[in-house]
Design a binder for this molecule. Structure first.
Ligand code: DGJ
Length: 733
C-alpha cells in the first residue's frame, strides 16, 4: 500500500491511509504550505489551493512581481513558518545569527520517502516493528543565506489515524547560529469554529479537563518547570463546538517530551488557527556549530471524526503498542501493595514483613518498598543521593526483604528518586556542584531537596553506579522512579556562558540517556514513572516506563476526575491506581472499600494501606477484589476504553472496557453524592456489538442494541454518598 505520493505537476504531497489524509503544497517562491489534515481524500484537485488574495498590510515577499499583491506569508496556511518576511503570526523557528538578525527564510529544496520510521537520535519516539507499518516523508527546506537545512519528517501509519512529526536542523554553513526556537510541529487550519481542550492541574489534582472556544489572539499552554509537570500536561485537542465523546471532529496533539514544552494556539485576523508544539523557547538557546544538527522531539497529531473518545482510542493504542517498549508493554501487570501511605518513613523489617504477610494471604502479587530504605532517611530532609541500604531499619538488608517477599511467591519492588539530592547527604557534602545552581545566588529548596545536574555525564554516572550496585546484587522485579521537585536556578557549573540556555534540554537528554541504558540493561524489571504522583505523566517517559503513578491523590472521588482526564490520551495500562485507607490522607474523606476498589481497578490496580489492620470483613472484600481483578485484568488493562459519563459535568461518572471481539465488557458507574428522591438514572453502554446477545452480572439477558440504546436503570437505588456499581457483560451464544 502506498501511503505517500508526490504529484510533480501539482507540487503536492499526499499522505494518506484508509481513514486520514495530510496534504502539503509547494507554493510560489517554494514556500511550503499546509493544505489539509482530516478524513481521507481520494484525489486532491488543484483548485483547492489557497486562493490568491490581496490583503492590506500583509506584505508580499521579495521576488513577487510589481503590482502582484495577492501572495503573502501573512495569510497562507503554512507548515513550518519563520518570522521576518511578512508573516506576523508566531513563528515555528527562530535562529539568531552573528549579525544579530533572527530572520530566516526556509524554502523547499527536496524530499525523500522512507519505508518505516527512522529512530530519533537521543529522544523517545513512536516506532514500527515492521517497515510495512508506516512510511515517512522527509521534506528538506533550506535557508540559502545561512546554509541551514531544516528537515521536516512526517510519518503516516497504514492503520492509525495519526501523523508523527519532528524537525531536524542542520548547520551546513561556516559559522555557528543560535537556535532560539524550533517547534516540532506547526499546522495552520482554515477558518472555522474550534474549541480547545487542555489538561491543566496541580499536585494532587492533575489533568482536569478544560474546554473553551478559541478566539483571536495567542494562547500558550506551557511548562517552565524543567519537566512536563502536573500544571500543564503536554496535550491539547481542537474540537468542533458540537463534538462530544462519540461524534464530531477532534484533533489531538501531544509532544513526546518530558521537559519544558510549549503548545501554542493562535487564531489570526482571518480566524485561521495556527497550532504548534515543541520545546518551550522560554529559557532555551542552543548554539549550533558548523556541521552540527539539532533534533526536535516528536509530536503526534491524531485525527478523529468519532468524537473525543475516538481520538483517545487512537492515542491509547499508539502509546501502548508503538511508544511504550519492553517485555511489560502488553503483559498483564501485577497487583501491588506499596507501603508509602501505610508507613511513610516509619518502618523496620518487621513492620514491612507483616505487610508482606497480609498481602500474600490476600493474593497480592508485588510488594513495593517506597521511600526511606536508604542513606539517612527518616524524614524527607536528608538522604537523597546516597543510595545505600539502611541496615539499621532493615536488619537483614534489602536482600533479606527481597528474599522474604520472594518466598511468599510475590515480586519485590523498590523506590528510587535518582535525580535528587539533599543538602544533608554524603553526595552533596562531597560534590555540592552536582546540584543545579546559579553562581552568586541562593539555592531554592523544594521538599528540602535540590536537583542534580543531569546535563552532566559524571553526575549521571555517579547515580547510575550507585543504582547498579543495588540492582546487581538484590533481586528486584520492579522500580518506581520518582521526582519530587521542579528545577530552579538552572545553570550548570561545567558549561560555558554560551551554553547555559541548553541546560534545560540537556537535562532531559541526559535523563533519557540514563533511562535508555537502565531500562534496556534491566529489562526484566517493571519500571513505573512517578513525579510526586502524576507530574511527569507524558509520552516521553512512557517510552521507557509502561506505567506511571497517576496522582498522589488516592481519594476515590478525586481520582474519578484525575483518571478520567488522564484517559483523554494515556492508555489505562499506563495508569497506576491504588486503594488507600480512610479517612483519605489527601482529602480526609471517608469512602467505602467497594468504590475505592472499583476506581483503582479501572487502572493498574494496587493497594497502599495497612492491610494487617483491616477487619475480617474488609479482608473478605479485598480477597474478592483481588480475585475479580485477576480474572478480568486483561480486559481492564488492555480492553477498549470508552468514557460514558463525565465527572466534570455531573454527579455521575461511568466508563466501560470492551474486549476486541466485543464478547466481554465491564462497565463501571459511580455516583458522588446521594440524591434525595432522585431520578431513576440510566446507564447506556458503548462499544458492544448491537446484534450480539449479552448476559449482565450473570443475570438478565439483553441485546447489545438494547444495552447501548435503551441502557439499564441504576436500580436498586444506590444508597448514600460515594457509591459505585459494576456491570460484567458477557456474550451468550
Ligand atoms: C511521591 C510519590 O508520588 C509517592 O507515592 C511517594 O513515593 C513519595 N513521593 C515518597 O517520597
Amino acid at each position: 500500500m502506498t501511503l505517500i505520493t508526490f504529484d510533480e505537476n501539482k507540487q503536492i504531497f499526499h499522505l494518506s491511509n484508509a481513514s486520514i489524509s495530510y496534504l502539503i503544497g509547494i507554493e510560489k517562491e517554494a514556500y511550503l504550505s499546509h493544505l489539509y489534515f482530516g478524513k481521507a481524500i481520494k484525489t486532491y484537485h488543484d483548485g483547492r489551493k489557497y486562493p490568491a488574495i490581496n490583503r492590506s498590510f500583509s506584505p508580499n515577499p521579495d521576488g513577487i512581481p510589481l503590482k502582484t499583491r495577492d501572495f503573502s506569508l501573512d495569510t497562507i496556511l503554512q507548515e513550518m513558518p519563520s518570522y521576518g518576511h511578512g508573516d506576523f503570526r508566531n513563528p515555528a523557528v527562530q535562529i539568531k545569527q552573528v549579525n544579530g538578525s533572527s530572520i530566516t527564510e526556509f524554502v523547499y529544496d527536496s524530499y525523500e520517502i522512507i519505508f518505516g520510521k527512522p529512530e530519533l537520535d537521543g529522544l523517545p519516539a513512536t516506532y514500527v516493528e515492521d517497515k510495512k507499518e508506516a512510511e515517512t516523508l522527509v521534506i528538506t527546506l533550506v535557508d540559502k543565506l545561512l546554509g541551514l537545512k531544516l528537515k521536516l519528517s512526517y510519518t503516516i501509519y497504514a492503520n492509525r489515524d495519526v501523523i508523527a512529526r519532528n524537525a531536524l536542523l542542520e548547520n551546513n554553513g561556516v559559522v555557528p547560529v543560535v537556535i532560539e526556537k524550533l517547534a516540532s510541529l506547526s499546522v495552520d487550519l482554515p477558518a472555522q469554529d474550534l474549541e480547545l481542550i487542555s489538561l491543566p492541574g496541580r499536585h494532587i489534582k492533575e489533568r482536569e479537563i478544560e474546554r473553551q472556544p478559541i478566539q483571536r489572539g495567542t494562547r500558550i499552554i506551557d511548562s517552565k518547570r524543567g519537566t512536563s509537570s502536573h500544571q500543564a500536561n503536554p496535550f491539547i485537542a481542537l474540537v468542533a463546538p458540537k463534538t462530544d465523546e462519540l461524534t464530531g471532529i477532534a484533533i489531538g496533539l501531544t509532544l513526546v517530551y518530558s521537559g519544558n514544552h510549549e503548545m501554542l494556539i493562535e487564531q489570526d485576523q482571518f480566524s485561521q488557527t495556527r497550532v504548534m508544539a515543541g520545546i518551550n523557547p522560554f529559557g532555551f538557546e542552543w548554539e549550533l556549530g558548523s556541521n552540527a544538527c539539532f533534533q526536535s522531539p516528536e509530536a503526534l497529531l491524531v485525527y478523529s471524526d468519532q468524537g473525543i473518545n475516538g481520538m483517545s482510542q487512537t492515542f491509547h493504542d499508539l502509546l501502548q503498542t508503538r511508544l511504550a517498549r519492553g517485555r511489560y508493554r502488553q503483559a498483564e501487570r501485577p497487583i501491588l501493595i506499596n507501603n508509602w501511605e501505610a508507613t511513610y518513613f516509619d518502618f523496620d523489617a518487621d513492620k514491612i514483613k507483616s505487610i508482606v504477610d497480609s498481602a500474600a494471604d490476600l493474593g497480592i502479587e508485588l510488594f513495593v518498598l517506597d521511600d526511606g530504605w536508604f542513606g539517612k532517611r527518616d524524614e524527607d530532609i536528608s538522604g537523597l543521593g546516597d543510595w545505600i541500604e539502611n541496615t539499621e531499619k532493615l536488619k537483614d538488608g534489602l536482600q533479606g526483604i527481597a528474599d522474604y517477599v520472594h518466598q511468599k511467591n510475590m515480586s519485590f519492588g523498590l523506590w528510587f528518586e535518582p535525580e535528587m539530592v539533599n543538602a544533608d547527604s554524603d553526595l552533596f557534602r562531597e560534590h555540592p556542584d552536582y546540584a543545579l545552581q546559579t553562581p552568586g545566588r541562593g539555592m531554592s529548596t523544594s521538599r528540602d531537596q535540590y536537583v542534580l545536574d543531569f546535563s552532566r555525564q559524571e553526575v549521571r554516572a555517579e547515580i547510575t553506579k550507585q543504582m547498579r550496585a543495588i540492582l546487581d546484587t538484590i533481586d528486584i522485579d520492579y522500580i518506581k522512579w520518582d521526582m519530587n521537585r521542579h528545577l530552579t536556578e538552572v545553570h550548570s557549573s561545567t558549561a560555558g556562558a554560551a551554553h547555559q540556555g541548553e541546560i534545560f534540554h540537556r537535562y532531559v537528554l541526559g535523563l533519557y540517556e540514563m533511562l535508555e541504558e537502565l531500562t534496556t540493561e534491566y529489562d526484566h524489571i517493571l519500571w513505573e514513572g512517578c513525579s510526586g504522583g502524576g507530574g511527569r505523566f507524558d509520552a516521553g517517559f512512557l517510552h521507557y516506563m509502561p506505567q506511571s503513578w497517576t496522582s498522589d491523590n488516592t481519594d476515590a472521588i478525586e481520582r474519578l476526575d484525575i483518571q478520567y482526564g488522564t484517559s483523554l490520551l494515556y492508555p489505562i495500562s499506563s495508569m497506576g491506581a491504588h486503594v488507600s485507607s480512610v479517612p483519605n490522607h489527601q482529602t480526609y474523606r471517608e469512602t467505602g472499600l467497594e468504590i475505592r476498589g472499583d476506581v483503582a481497578m479501572s487502572g493498574i490496580f494496587g493497594y497502599e494501606l495497612n492491610l494487617q489492620d483491616m477487619s475480617q470483613t474488609e479482608k473478605t472484600v479485598v480477597l474478592e477484589q483481588v480475585a475479580f481483578y485477576k480474572i478480568h485484568r486483561k480486559l481492564l488493562q488492555y480492553g477498549k476504553f470508552y468514557r460514558l459519563l463525565s465527572p466534570f459535568e455531573s454527579n455521575q461518572t461511568a466508563w466501560i472496557f470492551v474486549n476486541d471481539d466485543q464478547s466481554q465488557a465491564i462497565g463501571f458507574y459511580f455516583r458522588k453524592y446521594a440524591e434525595s428522591a432522585g431520578p431513576l438514572r440510566v446507564i447506556k453502554f458503548t462499544g458492544l456489538a448491537p446484534d450480539k446477545t449479552y448476559q449482565v452480572n450473570d443475570d438478565a439477558i439483553y441485546g447489545g442494541d438494547e444495552l447501548m440504546s435503551i441502557g439499564l436503570y441504576i436500580y436498586p437505588f444506590l444508597e448514600g454518598d460515594y457509591q459505585s456499581r459494576k456491570f460484567v457483560i458477557n456474550e451468550v451464544k
